[in-house]
Design a protein around this ligand. Structure first.
Ligand code: AMP
Length: 503
């Protein structure tokens, strides 16, 4: 069978690589692909947004199954289009992909199905959202100092009440002359202010845990974890006033901030049966020690001790089964891979978000450990016979280290020449998946084309080992072989957590 993978990242390279191992697969195509898929598969120069072009290609080449990697084509209805054309494709239809495409839809469904998640409110306008933020509980005490006519001590429950009290005390129309000041007491600590602006500044900087999210797809951005009212107001400004995510910001969600450790669980589902994949853990921050800005993911390993078999069962029972059922009841049956981003709180796992596709770079470490035929599993999803599938896994752990372009996740340069990927690939149990790479003809005639960087996350250097430490060692050994000027990577992927300090 010929198969077609849609996308151009490390996830798609891993899918191509694994599909190629199936004895039933004759050719793997990747559209548009990268330098890695050019070597392990055949690239096709069609963009994921070109539904008609992809369908024409699939028909002409007699593609037996198309697999969609990224979320955008799912949200735009690529699966619906293929199905209408009578073509087989793996992934949820547009209405089910809304689970990722609209955070409001996902939250409402979770609420209906009783799935544990952060409390939230939805807003359609900036003033309503701002009003809500300013009405969060802050419990401050305001007192006038100097010759104010205003009642001396005012207990305020919210920021809005506090600012109103401050404004009244400092109201210039009161003509109280100089010397009137306002004192704000926060849990015993007192501060005195002479102007409204100073007092407002203080109130807005009070600590408060809120998360502000743009409703729609914002390329992994659009989520603001806020520690103060000011940050929350700024997030509303970005999303709803400046509209930096365009239509994705038509609605915002404001959630309570959850505390705990984050992990994720991925599962295949045909809408009836759910088959969880092995656990994995990714690293979102750019720098060692979980410092620096958020990224698409700087590395991952599998399995993770955070997801015990008890937790896996709980997630299946309390989260995956109810969400798949809720989608079915809503007449939006889900077929594909479902990804639950979780916060492990004191009250158990709570859902941060759902994705409707393979995670990147989680997929790289998961597929590295898959022993079963991936094509069989994906076809079983499409044909709704997942109940017949049992996945077999390599017991050995896997690790992937992301090599990123200098500057990522900010602006970065492309077209850096990357050398000796094949040297890294030759190490036993190592596979270098390409993410942001492309092939460029070598200026010297007769030479192989060069691999150059063409994105933020460039390579996913992936290894298996007898234990996690060995997998990690091997992945870093492979990283050391690659010559990538300016290439950045975290040095603490899959490192032992720092030992607890001695009592
Ligand atoms: P999301 O795209 O919704 O998963 O959000 C991206 C990141 O924001 C998550 O991986 C978390 O680190 C953080 N986050 C999202 N929602 C919350 C929440 N309710 N409480 C704490 N952190 C959150």
């Amino acid at each position: 069978m010929k198969v077609l993978v849609i996308g151009k990242g490390g996830r798609e390279h891993a899918l191509c690589w694994k599909l190629k191992q199936s004895p039933r697969v004759t050719t793997v195509y990747c559209a548009p692909g990268n330098a890695g898929t050019a070597l392990d598969a055949q690239n096709v120069a069609i963009e994921p947004g070109d539904h008609r072009g992809l369908a024409q290609f699939a028909r002409r080449e007699g593609i037996g199954l198309t697999i969609v990697g990224p979320e955008e084509p799912l949200a735009k209805g690529l699966v619906d289009f293929f199905q209408r054309e009578g073509l087989r494709i793996f992934g949820p239809r547009r209405d089910a992909a809304e689970l990722e495409g609209s955070k409001v839809f996902a939250k409402e469904l979770m609420r209906q199905a009783g799935i544990p998640t952060a409390d939230y409110r939805v807003f359609r306008s900036a003033p309503d959202a701002e009003h809500y933020i300013l009405s969060r509980e802050v419990a401050l005490v305001v007192r006038s100092r100097g010759r104010s006519m205003i009642r001396n001590t005012i207990h305020c429950r919210t920021a809005a009440e506090t600012l109103e009290a401050v404004e009244r005390i400092l109201d210039p129309r009161e003509m109280l002359g100089p010397g009137v000041q306002v004192e704000i007491e926060d849990r015993g600590a007192r501060k005195v202010f002479g102007t409204f602006a100073e007092a407002r500044d203080y109130v807005l900087n009070c600590p408060l845990g809120l998360v502000v999210k743009a409703d729609g797809l914002a390329a992994g951005k659009g989520v603001y974890v806020c520690g103060t009212l000011r940050q929350a107001l700024e997030a509303i400004d970005q999303i709803m006033v400046r509209r930096v995510y365009g239509q994705a910001g038509d609605r915002v969600l404001i959630e309570e901030r959850l505390d705990g450790r984050e992990t994720s669980v991925l599962a295949l589902t045909d809408g009836r049966t759910i088959v969880p994949l092995v656990s994995s853990q990714d690293y979102k921050r750019a720098l060692d020690g979980d410092e620096g800005p958020n990224t698409g993911g700087m590395g991952a390993f599998s399995p993770t001790p955070m997801v015990t078999s008890d937790l896996m069962e709980e997630v299946e029972r309390e989260i995956l089964v109810p969400i798949v059922h809720a989608l079915k009841r809503a007449r939006k049956p889900f077929r594909g891979v479902i990804y639950a981003g979780l916060m492990l709180t004191n009250q158990g796992p709570k859902v941060l978000e759902f994705n409707v596709r393979f995670g990147d770079p989680e997929t790289q470490v998961i597929l590295m450990r898959l022993k079963s035929d991936l094509l069989d599993a994906l076809e079983a999803v499409v044909d709704e016979r997942l109940d017949q599938v049992e996945l077999e896994w390599d017991p050995r752990p896997s690790v992937t280290v992301v090599m990123a372009a200098e500057g990522y996740p900010g602006p970065y340069e492309r077209n850096r020449w990357i050398q000796n990927v094949e040297g890294a690939d030759r190490l036993p149990d190592v596979k270098v998946f390409h993410a942001g790479t492309k092939l460029r003809p070598d200026p010297e005639a007769g030479r192989e084309p060069r691999i150059v960087s063409d994105g933020g996350r460039v390579l996913n250097v992936t290894a298996l080992g007898d234990d996690l430490a060995k997998a990690r060692e091997r992945a870093y050994e492979a990283v050391a072989k690659i010559r990538f000027p300016g290439g950045l990577y975290r040095r603490d992927i899959a490192a032992e957590p720092a030992p607890a300090p001695e009592a």
